[in-house]
Design a protein around this ligand. Sequence first.
Ligand SMILES: Cc1cc2nc3c(=O)[nH]c(=O)nc-3n(C[C@H](O)[C@H](O)[C@H](O)COP(=O)(O)O)c2cc1C
Length: 389
Amino acid sequence: MERAESTPTQSSVTSMEGVRRRAPKLDRHAIEQVVRSGKRLLVQGAMGIHASDGLSGKVAAVSGPRLVGVGTISAVLKSDQLLRAEIRRARAEAPFGFVGLNLMAAINRIDFDNYLRISFEEGISFIVQGAGISRDVVKQCREAGVPFAGIVSSGRLAKMYEKWGAEFLVAEGAEAGGHIGDVDHPLPALLAEVLAHSSLPVVAAGGIDVEDLPSYFAAGAAGAQLATRFLACSDGDVHPNFKQMHLAKGEADVTLITSCVKGMNARAVRNTFTEALAAGKAFPPRSKAWFYGKEGFFGRRKACVECLATDVCLCRASDYQKSFCITDALLAAAIKGDMENGLFYTGQSVTRIPERSTQALPSVREIFGMFEATLAAAEAPATAGAAAP
Ligand SMILES: Cc1cc2nc3c(=O)[nH]c(=O)nc-3n(C[C@H](O)[C@H](O)[C@H](O)COP(=O)(O)O)c2cc1C
């Protein structure tokens, strides 16, 4: 992967300016309009450390009779050039589509503010915040006129975000991939709780597969957010071995680990790395030079790039004696495709992915086709019943 951006030509700059100006806002009003037109949002959940790179524009470019695609770029551990390039690529692939940026409150403040500034400069449809809460970012988004969405794991948090000025919410249940707010809060119950505590549009997330869409939409969700299904997809830049790790998996292949991020639970594909972690082995950071070139990440030359906010990282807090370096583990999975030593985050729906080989994986468009067909089939009995004499 190139670290430096190529120099844009004058004509590409001019057309890109136009694209940036047109970045449509995914605010409460826009979502309510989508729902009033009988459609729902199908959101691609952001996946950190390059796992979702290359997907956002393809998802945002798709719109069907029942679904409107929404892409989300992950801002985790990207250089300025990489983040700008990823936003520009997505906006070029979907000039009129909704492309948002995911920011995790757990990352260090310098990177957080930098990613926020770059996304405002480039033009983005919304900012969505997970892995922690920060009221300040809601204010900054309001001042910049960029819609803000909060990822919530309780009705209490939903209420708080609405008061602070969020435009919509993502209710993420216990079956989600990566870090999980509350392992005992399954999505159907959480969705009901969040809808009861807030008047904002709510997108349901966590463990959703194609056959689940009709029930979540019937329960009042304005959309569904999926990440795991989009990992196992022919589009996207993630290493092919990451896709392979998502195929032919049963319940026994999925495990919960204790993450270095505040000791949160996180769901991952069981492998040599997760087993070693469970046995108490520590994985301190190694050099990042192999990925970011000889200058290291942002010019920092230490093995630890301090990707997380102070006190958030258990590895750093223990002077690198305990836990693991999340940057190393996730980069090993998403970039190197190291099936033994990488950390492969996944959602519980991984057990329902039907394809068995990477050659058989559907494209983003084909996934949308499957989802549209399922929704059409769910409507069919009612239509047939109404037409019957
Ligand atoms: C590999 C992976 C990485 C993820 N990284 C992030 C992240 O950086 N920020 C975030 O808010 N959510 C992250 N998530 C959560 C997803 O965006 C999504 O909301 C969640 O997994 C629910 O969808 P799913 O059950 O279809 O995977 C990640 C999930 C996976 C599987």
